[in-house]
Design a protein around this ligand. Structure first.
Ligand code: DOR
Ligand code: ZN
Length: 346
């Protein structure tokens, strides 16, 4: 039995850092594990152009603690009125690594998102031409569609057509939660990949209702049935280069979660790499852990692999019930549970 895992330093290909005090407080949790992260632009107000993104990146870089090596990879928040030339300029100048499509009102911070995908076709044409990846929150926003079906219906109504209309556009189907999404990506073209969160590998929808309503298990897309979780595990550990790590860590205060209308989002950053390691061990796939965590992502994005390594030791430890973050309380993913691996910091 292996007691030590050493892998190339991983990256987080989907992260919410927020802004201000919250960002400064949550950033170290990520930077101690990950060399780079794709930073989501759904802050308030959203980062929708080159200027705002440069300023946001500066605030993040200023918050990286002494001695930690961390690079934020920025994304452009697409709206109905995004200027294709601004996107292309931001990409050429190394400001935007990718652009994020939120269907309007699909999730937290998506109110300025895209109301009709045809509105951004000129932007997508440009992105295809310059090989800039499109990151998609893949859920329909039609309130008549059952919340557990919104991802599958998005594939049928929107994503299938998008993949056909833009055969050379690199697309990351973010935080997939269903067998349907896993199969769609697995059988799709090489230009199509997906991120998978730790929570969707660990929990099914029962966790949201175990003995009462559990707001800290609520995120979007919402966790689905057990059969979907099992299929996500299969593809994550399959060795396919189309699937890679993206935590979707999304901090909300206890007050915002434990409310009559609690926010969507799970704060998975603190023990993210340990959480994924537990999945790969349970699936007898530790030999494929490095590919998922540290290689498939950069290869898809066309970025260099990290040269540094990290080491995890087999050591059971209990995750804090609550963390004090920016003077607020946040419940992390796995709160109160034991995790069998621990990141060793040099
Ligand atoms: O659960 C989620 N929380 N899903 C998202 O898509 C957004 C995120 C957030 O920003 O809180
Ligand atoms: Zn997200």
């Amino acid at each position: 039995m292996t007691d030590i895992i050493t892998i190339r330093r991983p990256d987080d290909w989907h992260l919410h850092l927020r802004d201000g005090d919250m960002m400064r407080s949550v950033l170290p949790f990520t930077a101690r594990q990950f060399a780079r992260a794709i930073v989501m632009p759904n802050v308030s107000p959203p980062v929708t152009d080159v200027q705002k993104t440069i300023a946001y990146r500066e605030r993040i870089l200023d918050a990286v603690p002494e001695g930690m090596d961390f690079t934020p990879l920025m994304t452009c928040y697409l709206t109905d009125t995004t200027d294709p030339d601004d996107v292309a300029r931001g990409h050429a100048e190394g400001v935007f690594t990718a652009a994020k499509l939120y269907p309007a009102h699909a999730t937290t911070g998506s109110a300025h998102g895209v109301t009709d995908i045809s509105a951004i076709y000129p932007v997508l044409e440009k992105m295809q031409a310059i090989a800039m990846p499109l990151l998609i929150h893949g859920e329909v926003t039609d309130s008549h569609v059952d919340i557990f079906d919104r991802e599958s219906v998005f594939i049928e109504r929107t994503l299938s057509k998008l993949v056909c209309d833009f055969p050379a556009l690199k697309i990351v189907f973010e935080h997939i939660t269903t067998r349907n999404a896993a199969d769609f990506v697995m059988t799709g073209p090489d230009t199509l990949a997906a991120t998978i969160t730790p929570q969707h590998l660990h929990i099914n929808r029962n966790a949201i209702f175990a003995g009462g309503i559990r707001p800290h298990m609520y995120c979007l897309p919402i966790a689905k049935r057990e059969e979907h979780r099992l299929r996500l595990r299969e593809v994550a550990v399959s060795g396919s280069p189309k699937f890679f790590l993206g935590t979707d860590s999304a901090p909300h205060t206890v007050g915002a979660k434990e409310s009559a209308c609690g926010c969507a989002g799970i704060f998975g950053a603190p023990y993210a790499i340990e959480s994924y390691a537990a999945v790969f061990e349970e699936e007898n796939a530790l030999d494929r852990f490095q590919a998922f965590a540290s290689e498939n992502g950069p290869r898809f994005y066309g970025l260099p692999l990290n040269e540094a390594t990290i080491t995890l030791r087999r050591q059971s430890h209990r995750v804090e019930e609550i963390l004090e973050v920016a003077g607020e309380k946040i419940v992390p993913f796995h709160a109160g549970e034991a995790i069998g691996w621990r990141l060793i910091l040099e």
